[in-house]
Design a protein around this ligand. Structure first.
Ligand code: PHE
Length: 457
C-alpha cells in the first residue's frame, strides 16, 4: 500500500487539515516563530557573550537543525501519525517511540514556562495602551519589569488567561484559521521589527551593540554555550518534540519537503537576527547589562518606543504581535500534549485539553512564582523557571533530536527516505546523498560531542 493512501488513518481530528502548502507553511512557521526568536534568542545570546555564540547557533541551525527538521517531516509524511504514533507505525514493537515520549514531556514543561512569558506580553500590551513607557528612564523601566514579574498574582493572572485562550483554541479546533491569520501577522511583525532595527542602529552608542552581536570573540565561548546554542536551535525551530512530525503528517504528497524546510528555517532565523539587531544596540546605548536574562526584551525595547515617531502605536502593535506569535507556538505545544492524551489514554479531545491545561498551568504557576515569592528555591542553582527552560532545550530536545536522527539514518528504509524527498521520483533532489550522510553520521556525532562536553566536561 502506498503510504499516501493512509491519509486520515490517525484519530486526530485535524488529520486532513492542511491540503495546501500555504496552510502547512503557515502552521509550521507559526509554531517556529515565537518567543524563541524575540525573547529567548536575544536573552541567551546576551548571556553567552554575543557574536561567537551567534555563529555557533547559525552553524547548528544549518548543520543540525535543517537535517533534523527534514527527518521529522519525512517521518511524519510517511507515517501519517502524531509524534509517538509515527514511530510505532514505522517501526512496530521497538522502542524508537521513546523520542516521542520525551517530546511530549518536553512540550509539557516548555509550555509551563512559555505561557508565563506569553502572559508578560499581555501585561506589556496593556502597559503600551496605557502609555506607561513615556517619560520613564532606564532605571524606572527596569524597576517596572522586576516589580511586575515578582508580583505574587499579576503575572499569574495573565499566564492563566493566555493558557485559557490557547486551550479554547485547541478544544474548538480552529487552529487553521489562526494559522492563516498568522500568515498576515508575521510579516507585519517583521515590518515593525525592521523599524525598531533602524531606530536601534541609529542610536548614539548603539554601534557597540552591533559589534557585540557580530564580532565574535571566541575566548568567551564556553562548552556550555555551545550546548545552549544547539539547544536553542531545536527550541527555535520547534524540533525534538514531534511537532514537525505532526505537521509533516499533514503535508500533501506533491509538496517539496526540502523547500518547505528551507523556507521555515530561513524565516525563523531572519526574525531572530532582526530581533537581536533591535535589542543589542539599545542594550549598549542605555547601559543595560547584555546578560540581564529572561527580562532582556522587556527592559530594552520600552526605552526605544518613546523615541520613535508614532512609538505609542508601534509599542502596542509590537506587543500585540508577539502575543500572537506566542499564541501560534503555544497552540502547537498544547496540541502535542493533548494529542498524546487522546491517542495514548483514549480521552476525548475536550477531556484531554482540560486535564493538560490544568496540569501545565499548575506547573506554570510555580514557575512564575519562582521569579518572585519562591525565588529562594533552587534547582541546580537555578530557580524553577530558569531550570525548566534550561533542562528542556539542552537535554530533552537535544536527546529527542538525537534519537530522531538515528532513526532516520539507521533504521528507516532508505527507499522510503528517497521516495519522500523526491516525491516518488517526480522531482530530482541533488542533496539526497549529502542528506543521508549528514543525518546518519554528522548530526548524531555532533550532538553527542556537544552534549557530552557541555554536560560532563
Ligand atoms: N519555536 C517556538 C519559538 O521559537 C517555541 C516552541 C518550541 C514551539 C517548541 C513549539 C515547540 O517560540
Amino acid at each position: 500500500m502506498n503510504s499516501n493512501d493512509k491519509v486520515g488513518s490517525g484519530n486526530l481530528e485535524k488529520r486532513e487539515s492542511f491540503k495546501s502548502s500555504f496552510g502547512l507553511l503557515a502552521a509550521a512557521i507559526g509554531s517556529a516563530v515565537g518567543l524563541g526568536n524575540i525573547w529567548r534568542f536575544p536573552y541567551i545570546t546576551g548571556e553567552y557573550g554575543g557574536a561567537a555564540f551567534l555563529l555557533v547557533y547559525l552553524l547548528s541551525v544549518a548543520v543540525i537543525g535543517i537535517p533534523v527538521m527534514l527527518a521529522e517531516v519525512i517521518i511524519g509524511r510517511e507515517a501519517k501519525k502524531d509524534a509517538i504514533g509515527s514511530f510505532k507505525e514505522l517501526s512496530p514493537r521497538t522502542k524508537w517511540y521513546s523520542s516521542g515520549v520525551l517530546g511530549v514531556l518536553a512540550a509539557f514543561m516548555i509550555l509551563s514556562f512559555y505561557s508565563v512569558i506569553a502572559g508578560w506580553t499581555l501585561e506589556y500590551l496593556i502597559n503600551s495602551i496605557t502609555n506607561q513607557f513615556a517619560g520613564k528612564d532606564v532605571v524606572a523601566i527596569e524597576a517596572m519589569f522586576t516589580d511586575f514579574i515578582s508580583h505574587p498574582t499579576r503575572p499569574i493572572i495573565w499566564q492563566v488567561v493566555f493558557m485559557g485562550i490557547t486551550a479554547l483554541i485547541v478544544v474548538v479546533g480552529v487552529e487553521e484559521g489562526i494559522e492563516k491569520f498568522s500568515k498576515i501577522l508575521i510579516p507585519l511583525l517583521l515590518v515593525i521589527v525592521i523599524i525598531l532595527d533602524i531606530r536601534a542602529i541609529t542610536l548614539p552608542g548603539g554601534k557597540a551593540g552591533l559589534s557585540f552581536l557580530f564580532k565574535p570573540d571566541f575566548s568567551k565561548l564556553s562548552k556550555e554555550a555551545v550546548l545552549a546554542a544547539l539547544g536553542h536551535s531545536f527550541f527555535s525551530l520547534s524540533l525534538g518534540m514531534g511537532i514537525m512530525i505532526t505537521y509533516g503528517s499533514y503535508i500533501g504528497k506533491k509538496e517539496n519537503l526540502g523547500n518547505a524546510v528551507l523556507k521555515i528555517t530561513i524565516a525563523d532565523t531572519i526574525i531572530a537576527l532582526l530581533a537581536g539587531i533591535a535589542i543589542f544596540p539599545v542594550v549598549f546605548a542605555f547601559g543595560i547589562a547584555p546578560n540581564s536574562g529572561p527580562g532582556l526584551v522587556f527592559i530594552t525595547l520600552p526605552n526605544v518606543f518613546p523615541q520613535i515617531p508614532g512609538g505609542y502605536i508601534f509599542a502596542i502593535l509590537f506587543f500585540a504581535l508577539i502575543a500572537v506569535a506566542a499564541l501560534t507556538s503555544t497552540i502547537s505545544l498544547l496540541e502535542v500534549v493533548v494529542a498524546y492524551g487522546i491517542e495514548g489514554f483514549n480521552l476525548s479531545r475536550k477531556k484531554s485539553t482540560i486535564i493538560s491545561f490544568t496540569l501545565i498551568t499548575l506547573l506554570g504557576i510555580f514557575a512564575s512564582l519562582s521569579n518572585g515569592p519562591l525565588s529562594a528555591k533552587k534547582f541546580f542553582d537555578r530557580n524553577l523557571f530558569d531550570f525548566l527552560d534550561y533542562l528542556t532545550a539542552n537535554y530533552f530536545l537535544t536527546i529527542a533530536a538525537f534519537i530522531t536522527s538515528l532513526f532516520l539514518g539507521w533504521k528507516l528504509d532508505k527507499k522510503l527516505v528517497e521516495k519522500q524527498l523526491t516525491n516518488d521520483g517526480t522531482i530530482s533532489v541533488g542533496y539526497l546523498n549529502v542528506f543521508r550522510f549528514i543525518i546518519k553520521y554528522v548530526t548524531p556525532i555532533l550532538i553527542i560531542i556537544v552534549f557530552i562536553s557541555g554536560v560532563f566536561l
